[in-house]
Design a protein around this ligand. Structure first.
Ligand code: FAD
Ligand code: NAP
Length: 533
């Protein structure tokens, strides 16, 4: 066991959140110890190396804004950057701001205990480290705890299997192989077209069909890059004033779809479909709010699927039945087209779930399908999975997992009552996964850094969310979520993808700009709703 180390702050995780938190705290002269399970920085982009992985928020927006020098010097190659490029960007940031020195890699934080005699956190790792820290900051990620369904017989499989979120660094050669992909969420939808090009035969096992909009990805024109870089401050400011932290410069339409006639609807849908990605949702103002309005847009997408996929039965199976955008919308390159290939087959496992894995493959509907490789694109225990896999105990030994038994409870997604000086970056109850996450991450990190500076200047030792403020926030967050179409389907936003997980809509849906103004107001008024002592 290494000797006990004392620091001002521990930061758990070295994705975009952990890296920027390190930067801010080091810049303010605090001593910081970071821990990261992986052997390098990048988080999501370190782990998700599956073929076709790329961002679905445009690269010029999906990047840090805290350093103008950085955003001017970095050159994105494509409208949606591929995973290797985003990982190189993360590495560049770590080098530029010298962030690696304070991060211990290959080290998983196992436990965080609040020591009431010291008013400090005792943090321990699987490598035997023990650190005492005034602040414990969880930058553990919303989509970092992989979900591998408990299929019987997986150990007996004689081929190779992989989860998209834990992809081998050396890559996987699918050439000529019989491949299965389980799942049809964003990870599957990005990887399926690329795997299909290499594999001998690809079988996709689909439980729920998903909506996907074409990315229309391509190289970024130098003139476009120059134009954005020339106006970056203004573009960032405008994005920061939107509900999702990106897209302010898109032509969006606040009108109701019901105010448009057939021709106008078709024109708007075709136009936004042609622009690609999430812009499709900006065709009309009420697509996310009104079921009937949503159904009109959903039917447009279903019609597109029928137009692309040649086999009518496959097209029907690929047509989603749920509300458009209720599960996170996917953004693809040639996904539906892939099902026109001779070497690709779609198997519906909704009515006949995967029963078990065998040495040769997997069984559904009593039939065994044989494979050389199985890819599980089965997602994540989102938003709370990584937080709850750490044994975190606050005042009076209260365990976070007990406190959150019926669903996460936070004030602003930043703190939870009973756990003083513990902060969560993009925690449940904040806009996080409903936004351009780098924007949300920077906003949280800025708020936490300012708060810590305030405490140090005002000789405050401890900050803790008030129970009353927390209860009000949880109620407000739930009310907002229940007022939308999100609860109408089984998504990971609700924890519905994990058996036994409480069904609670976890992110704050009131909009990034509204949320960040609230956070700002609270900080400006002496941290109302927090007990500082
Ligand atoms: P992460 O990047 O998840 O980093 C968390 C880190 O914490 C991980 O490296 C993990 O190993 C480490 N960690 C966790 N627990 C421990 C522990 N106990 N001890 C030590 N280390 C620990 N968002 C967007 O806005 N736009 C996109 O286009 C987009 N694309 C995505 C594509 C994929 C494939 C996925 C999975 C997510 C995507 N996201 C996207 C969401 C993405 O997770 C965020 O944008 C962002 O990268 C999150 O950064 P983070 O630092 O908060 O978390
Ligand atoms: P996901 O959206 O949760 O999709 C998981 C898929 O696996 C779903 O189709 C699910 O079916 C299926 N599945 C799970 N268990 C199954 C089982 N036992 N049998 C059959 N099918 C099963 O996960 P993801 O695709 O990894 O994406 C998660 C999130 O990460 C995204 O929503 C997005 O926020 C982010 N992401 C973004 C991008 C991007 O484009 N930049 C790419 C990847 C991920 P059901 O729907 O029926 O549950």
């Amino acid at each position: 066991m290494s000797k006990v180390q004392e620091v001002d702050a521990v930061v758990v995780g070295a994705g975009f959140a952990g890296m920027y938190m390190q930067y801010r705290l080091l810049d303010e002269g605090l001593s910081v110890q970071g821990f990261e399970t992986g052997d390098n920085v990048g988080g999501t982009w370190y782990w998700n190396r599956y073929p076709g992985a790329r961002c679905d928020v445009e690269s010029m927006d999906y990047s840090y804004q805290f350093s103008d020098d950085l955003q001017q010097e970095w050159e994105w190659s494509e409208r949606y950057a591929p995973q290797p490029e985003i990982l190189t960007y993360a590495s560049h940031v770590a080098d530029k701001f010298k962030l690696r020195d304070n991060i211990k890699f290959n080290t998983r934080v196992k436990q965080a205990l609040f020591d009431e005699t010291l008013n400090k956190w005792r943090v321990t790792t699987d490598q035997g480290d023990e650190v005492i820290a005034t602040y414990c900051i969880m930058a553990t990620g919303c989509l970092s705890s992989t979900n591998l369904p408990k299929f019987d017989g997986l150990d007996s499989f004689e081929g190779d299997w992989y989860h998209t979120g834990l992809w081998p660094h050396a890559g996987v050669d699918f050439t000529g192989k019989r491949v299965a992909v389980v799942g049809t969420g964003s990870s599957a939808i990005q990887s399926i077209p690329v795997i299909a090009e290499q594999a001998g035969h690809l079988t996709v096992f689909q439980r729920t069909a998903n909506f996907s909009i074409p990315a229309h990805n391509g190289p970024l024109a130098p003139e476009y890059i120059a134009q954005v870089k020339g106006n970056y401050a203004q573009i960032r400011a405008e994005n920061n004033d939107t509900a999702v932290g990106f897209g302010a410069r898109w032509a969006s339409n606040d009108d109701s779809v019901f105010d448009a006639d057939e021709d106008e609807r078709k024109r708007m849908f075709e136009e936004t479909w042609a622009r690609g990605g999430f812009q499709f949702m900006s065709a009309f103002g009420d697509l996310g709010l009104n079921t009937d309005a949503n159904e009109i847009a959903a039917n447009f997408v279903r019609e597109k699927i029928r137009g692309i996929v040649k086999d009518a039965k496959t097209a029907e199976l690929l047509s989603p039945k749920q509300v458009l955008g209720c599960k996170r919308l996917c953004v693809d390159t040639g996904y539906f087209e892939t099902f026109n290939r001779d070497n690709v087959e779609l198997v519906n496992v909704k009515d006949h779930p995967i029963e078990r894995i065998t040495p040769k493959g997997l069984v559904t509907n009593g039939e065994e399908h044989s494979f050389d490789i199985i890819v599980f694109a089965t997602g994540f225990d989102a938003m709370t999975g990584s937080l709850l896999s750490i044994d975190t105990r606050g005042r009076d030994g209260l365990k976070l997992k007990d406190k959150w038994e019926a669903g996460p409870r936070t004030f602003l997604g930043l703190q939870t009552h009973g756990f003083p000086n513990l902060f969560t970056i993009s925690g449940p109850g904040s806009p996080s996964v409903l936004t351009n996450m780098i924007v949300s991450i920077e906003q949280h990190v800025n708020w936490i850094a300012r708060c810590i500076l305030y405490m140090r200047m005002n000789s405050k030792q401890v900050i803790e969310a008030d129970l009353e403020a927390e209860n009000e926030w949880v109620e407000h967050t739930n009310d907002l979520g229940n007022g939308t179409l999100y609860p109408s389907c089984n998504s990971w936003y609700l924890g519905a993808n994990i058996p036994g997980k409480p069904r609670v809509f976890m992110p704050y849906v009131g909009g990034f700009q509204v949320y960040s103004q609230k956070c700002e107001e609270i900080a400006n008024t002496g941290y109302r709703g927090f007990d500082m002592r």
